[in-house]
Ligand binder design. Structure first.
Ligand SMILES: C[S@@+](CC[C@H](N)C(=O)[O-])C[C@H]1O[C@@H](n2cnc3c(N)ncnc32)[C@H](O)[C@@H]1O
Length: 262
């Protein structure tokens, strides 16, 4: 999936003399640190969530943490859209891989602890906390871990919390990914209607090639998306209570998953 002009990487490209095309699927897992080195370039569910959707998320959190003012909460990968900053938890801890994000959070949110760290190797300040967290929120972060690391990361936090809220894009079937990519390509191609210069002919060819993906490429994209069925059965095997809800926002379907210790 070569993308020549992808607005999301604007921050990343700043300072580069030559605009290079970026292979999103190849960079997705390896360079999430780079993606966020200058802030958050992606539109996420919470960033665009309607008032009702935000209310729904807050209700979900209150349901899994009944007396939240008596509990501490940890949000991993809050980016610039921390979900729990306005809730009355006794204590809020944020952990993000990006120092730039952590610095921005420090400037905007006062009464919380902000740590630079990796969900795959939680620092002792978190693992050695005496009291369990009321909840751990992981909002659009697991997508940046390679699939085999996702469950490992969750497993390492099972004893640290009484509940977990995970939000991520719903995993699509290969057919859905192929057809969505073609549809997107056609939509872009429509902008070239009537324009016939050499430049537009070349652009047309490139858009055609990049949007007409095969099953192998679709599989790579699918791996970027989180397999919630797998996560659900993991928590069920561990005897946790699960809720799972799909929500559409801006034509993207997200899964909102909660697990609570019984
Ligand atoms: C897509 S953004 C989501 C931000 C925010 N939660 C939202 O929904 O708008 C992903 C965030 O996770 C952080 N992140 C990525 N990989 C991480 C890791 N291994 N450990 C901790 N944070 C990570 C990034 O720095 C970024 O802030």
């Amino acid at each position: 999936m070569k993308i020549k002009k992808y607005q999301g990487f604007k921050a990343l490209r700043t300072g580069q003399k030559k605009k290079k095309s970026i292979d999103v699927t190849r960079h997705w897992f390896k360079s999430s640190k780079k993606f966020y080195q200058a802030g958050q370039p992606f539109q996420t569910f919470v960033r665009k969530a309607s008032f009702r959707q935000q209310e729904m998320l807050e209700k979900k959190i209150r349901k899994i943490v009944p007396e939240l003012e008596k509990r501490a909460a940890l949000e991993i990968g809050p980016g610039q859209e921390p979900l729990i900053s306005k809730l009355d938890f006794k204590k809020i801890v944020f952990l993000d891989l990006s120092k730039a994000i952590a610095d921005k959070l420090k400037a905007s949110i006062r009464q919380s602890e902000i740590i630079v760290g990796d969900i795959r190797k939680l620092p002792p300040t978190i693992t050695k906390t005496k009291e369990r967290f009321g909840t751990i929120v992981i909002n659009e972060v697991l997508t940046h871990l390679i699939p085999s690391e996702r469950i490992k990361a969750i497993q390492n936090m099972l004893n640290l919390t009484d509940s977990i809220l995970i939000i991520d894009r719903k995993q699509q079937s290969l057919g859905e990914i192929i057809s969505a990519s073609r549809k997107k390509g056609l939509k872009i191609l429509r902008n070239f209607t009537g324009k016939n210069s050499i430049k537009t002919t070349l652009s047309r060819k490139k858009i055609h090639e990049s949007s007409n993906i095969n099953a192998r490429k679709a599989r790579q994209i699918q791996l970027m998306q989180v397999n919630f069925k797998f996560i659900k059965s993991f928590f069920e095997r561990n005897g946790w209570e699960i809720t799972i809800k799909d929500i559409e926002s801006n034509k993207i379907v997200y899964t909102v998953f909660t697990a609570k210790r019984k």
